[in-house]
Write a protein that binds this ligand. Structure first.
Ligand SMILES: [Cu+2]
Length: 250
């Protein structure tokens, strides 16, 4: 997993990772160019207008439109970034959730300091859950009386997903605000108590990736981490079939 991180950005392992990185590179590239231009101009001014004996200082009125040209150019670039990059990317990635019928759907509940993942099982229906039923054997609080939950699977600090289709996560929290952060997928979404927020991604690589909590959430925030395992579809089916349904005694 350490191989996924280096001096630059982590490897790109989701369909929209390239598009997110384009924004990061564009903003940093433009900022770097502006920094160099301003630095050169600043040094030029220091030399050109240095104090010399017998040469009076020069002074122009500020606030003219001409003096604002550099600011207007920067403003124009920023408006273009928002209109032609940020808004279309936000709309494609954040506002459009793939249809559930064509996706792998899971629920993730964050808590101090773990991630509980609830898979609907073969019937694709989530069983009823109740916070009062949560214990060490039943971390998702599944209600054994609900037939839809009989084949459900629950994992703690492990998310298993298949390659080749989007995964839609319904994200919530049991206690405080946490944030689901999967750097290689370029996914970061706050988990809010009382809300179920959809967040989606489609992996492009099999392997093991890291989940971290990106919202300071208490004393053990720094160790609130988990792993994502991206399987081939066949491996994923095998993995799912090998799990004990959570409402059966085992
Ligand atoms: Cu947290």
């Amino acid at each position: 997993m350490n191989g996924n991180y280096g001096w630059g950005l982590p490897i790109q392992a989701s369909t929209f990772a390239k598009e997110i990185d384009l924004g990061i590179y564009a903003i940093h590239g433009i900022m770097f160019a502006i920094f160099i231009l301003w630095s050169v101009f600043f040094v030029y001014l220091l030399v050109r207008y240095r104090a010399r004996p017998g040469v009076p200082s020069e002074h122009w009125e500020t606030g003219t439109l001409q003096s604002m040209i550099p600011d207007l150019i920067v403003l124009g670039i920023e408006i273009c970034l928002i209109l032609f990059y940020a808004l279309p990317a936000w709309s494609r990635i954040k506002m459009t959730v793939p249809p559930e019928g064509k996706s792998n759907v899971v629920e993730i509940v964050a808590e101090q300091f773990a991630w509980t993942v609830h898979y609907p099982g073969a019937d694709a229906k989530f069983g009823r859950s109740n916070a009062a039923l949560v214990d060490a054997q039943n971390p998702a609080g599944l209600d054994a009386a609900d037939d839809a939950g009989k084949d459900d699977v629950v994992t703690v600090n492990e998310l298993h997903i298949p390659l080749g289709k989007p995964t839609v996560v319904y994200l919530s929290s049991k206690d405080v605000i946490h944030s689901l952060f999967i750097p290689e997928f370029r996914v970061k979404q706050d988990a809010m108590p009382g809300m179920k927020i959809p967040v989606w991604f489609e992996p492009t690589l099999t392997g093991k990736f890291e989940i971290g909590c990106a919202q300071l959430c208490g004393i053990a925030h720094s160790i609130m981490r988990a792993d994502v395992f991206v399987h081939t579809p066949e491996e994923y089916e095998k993995w799912l079939a090998a799990q004990h349904p959570q409402t059966q005694p085992y």
